[in-house]
Design a binder for this molecule. Sequence first.
Ligand SMILES: Nc1ncnc2c1ncn2[C@@H]1O[C@H](COP(=O)(O)OP(=O)(O)OP(=O)(O)O)[C@@H](O)[C@H]1O
Ligand SMILES: [Mg+2]
Length: 201
Amino acid sequence: MPSENKNNLRNLIRQNRRQLDFHQQDLHAWSIAHLIIRLPAFRNAKRIACYLAEDGEIDPVYIIEKALQFKKQVYLPILPPTGKSLFFAAYNHRTKLKANQFGILEPDTHPDHWLRARDLSLILLPLVAFDENCNRLGMGGGYYDRSLAFTAHRKQWHNPRLIGLAHELQKVDSLSNETWDIPLNMIATEEKIYFNQQSKK
Ligand SMILES: Nc1ncnc2c1ncn2[C@@H]1O[C@H](COP(=O)(O)OP(=O)(O)OP(=O)(O)O)[C@@H](O)[C@H]1O
Ligand SMILES: [Mg+2]
């Protein structure tokens, strides 16, 4: 898909997503949490990366609560000061946050304690659009794609498992994947979970 079309699609869906009111947002966040916490991919995960919701994204707050209750380690993405792959820093109720260069809150943690995607069991990703085959269109920075590029060369799919969280209104008929786009294992919406049939087990 030409990049101009991708950007138009991003703008359209982001606009629709922002129209959801607080109650719809909250209902979707609840429904998705309910689906996620029953999955073996969640139950078996020890280290789970989430994100702090922006711009009408599904809020993973209920999943984070459950994960902390189950004594799992929760992580939030950190935009690298240099380089272009994400790091992940531990997060709980006591973690101090600070705004990064884009105004997004991140744990205020020393880089010595940051992990890479390969160190995690499960990553819950935000997204702008998705299709039934679990292809993902993000915000356009390529950060998740670069951080997960290593998964493309493996014969078998090990950790981290990748689950996108989305409103059903973010679904499109089909996304033509670029060579660098990393498909997800599953996508959870307020209605159902889409499983990637091509996923390496
Ligand atoms: N593995 C990679 N190596 C180098 N460049 C990459 C890689 N993955 C993505 N990029 C670059 O990032 C740019 C944005 O990619 P893309 O449009 O797929 O972003 P996105 O998936 O929407 O964003 P994100 O992954 O941050 O949610 C592309 O122009 C591409 O050149
Ligand atoms: Mg991409």
